[in-house]
Design a protein around this ligand. Structure first.
Ligand code: CP
Ligand code: NVA
Length: 318
């Protein structure tokens, strides 16, 4: 049960429930906010301070650099403040229920961002919360990341609608969010992954049923041919226990210069970071001219602002 008083909170748990219009509004808001503060010192708030007086809590069950920093700075620049909690320091770590934690924090803060080991934990937290809950990465998805990635693609290459994106490597949480957004935004997604680490069939079936063109192959050379973007991520995500097997199985899926050369000449390389040079990508690619990974990282800030404003009713209508 949530929202005993007032309307149900507007959670950002996954991209499935969002329409293409809402996703477009989020991307456009992120771009507009980025453009509006060009030249401003980093600690100076955006001119309109739309979240003045608002407070975001962030709970981390796993490490984070970009998600933590981008949400923190986003709240400050939007005129609000943030508080960061390590999950093991909360009573959550001693067995207090997720639901009670959600109910209590709902009395103190205006929104909660969670980075959790289990996607179900985020769903349970959201079901009990009276304030918006944002998925800051789970084992199943990373929707905040994809907004920054698609924004970066549009800045560097052009509209995502009709574009061809190639994912190479582990069919993981980040890959899943690319699948979820595909039917909404109309890009074609080709995923090259070994069968053992292919993305969930259910995600692919649902995206295809919603109209997405998604190709799954075990051949990276085939997947990147003519692509507008080549995207990689770590072969060993946080929480993965089969490290040695992953490193061995994913060895043929390294993005190197020869693989990038098969993509379109204008193609960019994307990676959510943190990266492991020499594993999923070679240094000459990630540090080379086609790489957009640091713009992508910066765009987490602008994209997170759009998510916060969407959750709190200032983007996309509420
Ligand atoms: N890309 C990303 O989510 O980075 P962090 O794990 O550093 O937050
Ligand atoms: N797939 C990676 C992404 C890190 C931002 C992980 O879950 O560890």
């Amino acid at each position: 049960m949530s929202g005993a008083l007032g309307p149900a909170p507007r959670h950002f748990l996954d991209l499935w429930p969002l329409t293409g219009v809402e996703l477009r509004a989020l991307l456009d808001a992120a771009k507009a906010r980025k453009a509006a503060r060009v030249g401003l010192p980093k600690a100076r708030p955006d001119i309109d301070r739309p979240l003045d007086g608002r407070l975001l809590a962030m709970i981390f069950e796993k490490p984070s650099t970009r998600t933590r920093a981008s949400f923190d700075v986003a709240m400050r620049q939007l005129g609000g403040v943030s508080a960061v909690y390590n999950a093991t320091d909360l009573q959550l770590g001693r067995g207090e229920t997720v639901e009670d934690t959600a109910r209590v924090l709902s009395r103190f803060v205006d929104a909660v961002m969670l980075r959790a080991n289990s996607h179900d934990m985020v769903l349970d937290f959201a079901a009990a919360a009276d304030v918006p809950v944002i998925n800051g990465l789970t084992d199943k998805s990373h929707p905040c990341q994809i907004l920054a990635d698609l924004m970066t693609f549009e800045e560097k290459v052009g509209p995502v609608a009709g574009a061809r994106l190639a994912w190479v490597g582990d069919g993981n949480n980040v890959c899943a969010s690319f699948i979820h957004a595909a039917p909404k935004l109309g890009y074609e997604l080709t995923i090259a992954a070994p069968m053992k680490y292919a993305p969930p069939e259910a995600d692919i079936a649902r995206a295809r049923a919603e109209g997405a063109v998604i190709v799954v192959t075990d051949d990276p050379a085939d997947a990147v041919k003519g692509a507008d973007a080549v995207i990689a991520d770590t072969w060993v995500s946080m929480g993965d226990l089969d490290k040695d097997e992953r490193l061995a199985t994913l060895e043929p899926y390294r993005v190197d210069a020869a693989l990038m050369a098969r993509a379109a000449r204008h193609a960019i390389f994307l990676h959510c970071l943190p990266a492991h040079r020499g594993e999923e990508v070679t240094a000459d690619v990630i540090d080379g001219p086609q790489s957009a990974v640091f713009d992508e990282a910066e765009n987490r800030l602008h994209a997170q602002k759009a998510v916060l404003l969407w959750c709190l009713g200032a983007v996309g209508g509420a």
